[in-house]
Structure formats: C-alpha cells, structure tokens
Design a protein around this ligand. Structure first.
Ligand code: ADP
Ligand code: MG
Length: 321
C-alpha cells in the first residue's frame, strides 16, 4: 500500500496552471482578478448519507466536485480552483485511480484545478469534503436576497430524475430497470450549470441551485428576499424518468426531489429575451415556472388552477420531530 505522500503524489498532484502554486506547499496560492471577489463554498459527502457504499468511484469523484461547482454556478462565479479533504477507511489503488479520474476530468472541463487538500485514514466510513473557489464581480453575484416582487421564476434543465433514481435504488419505488436506466445518470453524474450561471450575471436577480428540492431551495430565496411565490405545476420541466409515475410520486420528484443541481433563478419579466439568450448561449434549456409574489409563502397551482395541497417537503438532515 502506498504511503500518504505517495498517494497524494500519484492521484492528486497535477501540474498547476501558470500563476498558481498548487499541491505540495503549506498553502496553495492563486491570483484574484482585479475588481473581483472570491466566491467560496464547501460541501461534505458522507458514505451512507450522500452516496451508496458501492457507487462507481469515478462517478463519485465527479459528483464530489460537481455539487460544489453547482454552488459557484448559483452565484454566477467563474471557477478558479478547489481543494479536497479525504477521510479514507483504506487506500485502494483501483478505487483511488477511478475517483481521481472522475474528479480531474470535471475539474479540467471547468478550469477548476485541484490546488491542495488533506488526506487521512478514517476509522469509520468514507468522507469527502471539497471546497471550491471562484471569481465574481460583486455587482454580478446572483444572491439569494435579490428576488423582487413581479420577477419571473425560472428553472434550468428538467426536474425529478435524480430523485426517481435515488428512490429506485433505495427500494422506495418498485424496481423498474428501464426507468432506472433513464434516471441514474442524473443522480450519479450531475452537470453543474456553470456556463448558465455566468451568462445570467447582470441578467438574473436571485439564484440558487436545487440540492434539496425546488420548494425548499426556492424557499431559501424567498426568505432571504422577504417575498413569496406562485408556481404553476403544469409549467414544470419534468424529466422523462418521472413520466408514468403515480401523481404523488411525480409531484415529490419534481417539487421535492433533491440532488437535481439545476439552477432556480428569478429575473424581471421584461428580461425574458435576455434570459433566453443567456440560456441559449450556455446550451441549457430554461423554463419559466411562476412568479415572485409580495405575500410570503409558496402556492403551487395544479392542473385545475387550484392550489395543490400536501406539497412535498425537501430534504433536511436534522428535521424537527
Ligand atoms: P500539511 O501537513 O501542511 O497540512 P500535508 O502533508 O497534509 O500538508 O499535505 C501535503 C500537500 O499535499 C499539501 O500541499 C496539501 O495541500 C496536499 N494534499 C493533501 N491531500 C490532498 C488531497 N486529497 N488532494 C489534493 N492535495 C492534497
Ligand atoms: Mg494536512
């Protein structure tokens, strides 16, 4: 078995881009473009909580970084670099090689090199912590507190597939191999909407990425902005893997499903064409799903035009009992 330092050298040390001091010193060093602020965010992934123990390690390497890049996307920030904390129960070469491949491929795709980290043995399960750094002009940052009454509410991509995949793998939905084949990629290989977030700078008002379900995540925007929302269920972009499910399971997947890593954002109704142009430039479909309302709370209008009840709740690690 490789030593800690062999392991870092083999799997996590890549040549740093010009102007950056990467893995190997006490700290990484990177320049901040003039006039920009650093956007930074951390996500922690725990085995059994965020991923199944037998998940494909290459997909896990991808996802560990993807969920962090999604936070930069939701802020409208340009990725600059990242650091990786690993608590490993054992050092398995095949596992580490695949994990590192998934991680570095996504890092390269987004110009977000691994600059440093920490590696320790875990007496328990596997834990992965990634911190990303991005650059954004403060006036273009897509903050949660910037939604305005009258704004249209938009969602990127399609909703529900990752939730369906999770529930199929967890046995909460009856086994369905064709549906799982359709849904699994959304759960295991999410594509962070970095280009869309950047294109929305100066166009959108508030934004958030959907990690815990549309209603819950939009709820954070509403709370921060002191407003409410009216959504149209019939307008939602529903993933193919959701079609044909019982209505309650479909509503859970679309409105309450976590792990979507799509962006939910608001923009002035007069900026519809600019939003569509930004989305076309980023190559990501976007759909208007409702409006910001001055009254607090979320109302979802069903197909009959009446407010739906029994709306799903999003994921909460520490739910009040
Ligand atoms: P220190 O003792 O100063 O924390 P370490 O011995 O832990 O340094 O790490 C040595 C170098 O390897 C540092 O530059 C650190 O950032 C980097 N490093 C450690 N683990 C990882 C990892 N999982 N991914 C990327 N870089 C890592
Ligand atoms: Mg260390």
């Amino acid at each position: 078995m490789a030593s800690e330092f062999d392991l870092i050298a083999r799997y996590f040390t890549r040549p740093a881009p010009a102007g950056m001091l990467g893995v190997g010193d006490d700290c990484a060093l990177f320049p901040v473009p003039p006039g920009m602020h650093i956007a930074t965010s951390t996500d922690l992934l725990i085995q059994g909580r965020h991923f199944f123990p037998d998940v494909d390690p290459q997909a896990l390497g991808h996802k560990a970084l993807a969920v962090n890049l999604s936070d930069l996307a939701a802020m409208g920030a340009q990725p600059v670099g990242c650091v990786l904390g690993l608590a490993l129960p054992q050092a398995d070469d095949a596992w580490l090689a695949a994990f590192a491949r998934g991680f570095h491929e996504l890092a390269d795709a987004h110009g977000c090199p691994l600059m440093g980290g920490d590696t320790t043995r875990s007496p328990h399960d596997l834990a992965i912590s990634v911190t990303v750094f991005g650059a954004v002009a403060p006036a273009r940052a897509l903050r949660r507190d910037a939604a305005c009454a009258g704004d249209e509410i938009w969602v990127s991509g399609a909703l529900g597939a990752a939730d369906v995949a999770y529930r199929l793998l967890d046995g909460q939905l009856p086994a369905d191999a064709a549906r799982l084949a359709d849904a699994r990629r959304a759960l295991e290989w999410p594509e962070p909407r970095v280009a869309l977030g950047l294109a929305l700078g100066g166009v959108a008002h508030a934004a958030i990425d959907i990690s815990d379900g549309l209603l819950q995540d939009l709820g954070h925007v509403l709370a921060a902005s002191g407003v409410g929302a009216k959504l149209r269920y019939g307008a939602m972009p529903v993933a193919a893997a959701v079609r044909g499910l019982p209505p309650a399971a479909a509503a859970q997947a679309v409105l309450g499903g976590g792990d979507a890593y799509e962006l939910c954002f608001t923009a002035a109704p007069g900026d519809r064409d600019r939003v569509l142009a930004a989305a076309a430039g980023a190559g990501v479909p976007v759909t208007a799903v409702g409006h910001i309302d001055p009254c607090p709370g979320i109302v979802v209008l069903g197909a009959d035009g009446r407010p739906m009840d029994g709306l799903p709740r999003g994921f909460d690690h520490f739910p009040a009992s």
